[in-house]
Design a protein around this ligand. Structure first.
Ligand SMILES: Cc1cc2nc3c(=O)[nH]c(=O)nc-3n(C[C@H](O)[C@H](O)[C@H](O)COP(=O)(O)OP(=O)(O)OC[C@H]3O[C@@H](n4cnc5c(N)ncnc54)[C@H](O)[C@@H]3O)c2cc1C
Length: 421
């Protein structure tokens, strides 16, 4: 079992982990022993969160554990070491002819970290990535190994666990037969067309994103369609937005080489659903991110409320993305209970100005019951967040039951979740 002394920084480089130890166990027995002996501990995923959610006095990476990926064709599931990144997982899935229902904007993140924070892609009928979880193996703070599966008591509380319930060592996800997707980008969408045709636009493909800089037009629509189920759009425009004639990057003016192929060229689901390709730096690389998700019924009003702040947002913004996520029953999911729209912000790396902007954005979005993305930057504290999550009291009870000594409790959890304790 190897131990490093400096976990270093997160992906964006805006947060330096305070943990003094980073353990690298290679067996489940070692994971049990480390956890049972640690006063404070968390599992570190692929470090793509923008805040201190993953920090503690000691950290564990599960990257040295065997991948042990097993596809069960009869059950339509795949099980694997929870530290696996989506990019690696899809290699096995593709070889086996199966697929996941959706992916986030990049394949570089760990499955456990994505699931723990309710990370999502887009699509009116697509739940977030955590909704694909059919089973979990968790090492709790007493060093005990528990198995949980869909349909069992408390399962809906365990999945989006915010890293607070224990170390997730194995994950089982639903799979379906592999499918092909084609992607097209349409440019110059007007705000009037977006508001008038909002439902038609978000439902015009399997996964749809609107990228905007809150300027004169709403700008780009990225439409990802399943080749077999959805007819190709050939008219050349979409509610007045014109089909791009070359591949585009979501941030206008940036080289599109890191982006997944567009122009309607069919390809495997895993090569089209993320915006960014494995093997390339996703997004712009030098950035901060925030995202707020609110019930779909508020979509137009909430987007208008953000648009009213455009002149303050634009100087520090690289790009925003508007996505749809289907409702789920996972207690701590940002999509719990109702179909949801997310407004995402990729900021320039200007921490102080971004922090200031988040206060203004949260005030503007408060009437729309906006939930901040757990893995990104936000300002709201536990008192502001508690009313947004009906099952929060149940989640806090689950934390207390599985982790009575508070080993997985960190300052992020105390600040943003544990208002009742
Ligand atoms: C460039 C970029 C693009 C992104 N795109 C999207 C997007 O399209 N959609 C979206 O919703 N989000 C997106 N995100 C946010 C990202 O998906 C989340 O922050 C996610 O949590 C990152 O996973 P991670 O493995 O890096 O987690 P980390 O930051 O390492 O950890 C996050 C949390 O997961 C917990 N955790 C990790 N592994 C385990 C485990 N094995 N057991 C228990 N707890 C664990 C940690 O303790 C921590 O609480 C993006 C982030 C970046 C940097």
């Amino acid at each position: 079992m190897i131990q490093d002394h400096s976990p270093g920084k997160n992906w964006a480089g805006n947060y330096t982990y305070r943990a003094e130890k980073l353990h690298r166990p290679s067996t489940i027995e070692q994971v049990q022993e480390i956890i049972a002996n640690a006063p404070g501990v968390r599992v570190l995923g692929s470090r793509h969160s923008f805040n201190d959610i993953a920090d503690s006095s000691e950290l564990i990476t599960l990257e040295a554990m065997p991948e042990d990926t097993v596809v069960d064709h009869a059950a339509n599931t795949v099980s694997f070491n929870a530290a696996l990144k989506y990019g690696r997982l899809v290699e096995t899935l593709s070889a086996e002819g199966v697929a996941l229902h959706n992916l986030a904007s990049l394949p570089h993140i760990s499955v456990a970290g994505a699931v723990a924070t309710a990370t999502h892609g887009s699509g009116d009928t697509n739940g977030n990535l955590a909704t694909a979880v059919a089973g979990l193996e968790i090492v709790t703070s007493g060093g005990e190994v528990i198995e949980a599966s869909r349909g069992k008591p408390d399962f809906d509380g365990l999945v989006v666990g915010l890293g607070a319930l224990g170390a997730v060592t194995r994950i089982t996800l639903d799979v379906e037969p592999a499918y092909e997707v084609r992607q097209r980008v349409f440019e110059g969408l007007s705000w009037e067309a977006l508001f008038e045709h909002f439902d038609e636009i978000t439902s015009c493909g399997y996964s749809v994103s609107v990228f905007t800089r809150w300027g004169r037009t709403a700008d780009q629509i990225w439409v990802k369609s399943r080749v077999m189920e959805e007819p190709e759009r050939v008219e050349g425009d979409l509610f007045g937005a014109v089909a791009a004639a070359v591949d585009r990057h979501p941030i206008l003016g940036l080289d599109a080489t890191p982006c997944t192929p567009q122009l309607g060229r069919p390809g495997l689901w895993s090569d089209r659903l993320p915006h960014f390709r494995m093997g390339f730096t996703p997004s712009s690389g030098e950035e901060l991110q925030s995202e707020y998700l609110f019930p779909r019924r508020y979509a137009v009003e909430a987007i208008e409320a953000v648009r009213n702040l455009a002149d303050r947002i634009q100087p520090i913004l690289q790009v925003s993305e508007i996505r749809a996520v289907a409702a789920d029953r996972l207690w701590m999911s940002m999509n719990y209970g109702e179909d949801t729209i997310g407004i995402h912000f990729t900021w320039k790396p200007e921490g102080d100005s971004v922090e200031d902007m988040l206060v203004q954005l949260e005030t503007a979005l408060a009437p729309f019951e906006a939930r901040p993305h757990w893995g990104k930057l936000f300002n709201a504290d536990a008192t502001a967040i508690a009313p947004l999550y009906e099952r929060m009291p149940d989640f806090i009870r689950l934390v207390e039951r599985l982790d009575p000594r508070g080993a997985f409790c960190n300052s992020w959890l105390r600040a943003h979740v544990l208002s009742e304790s």
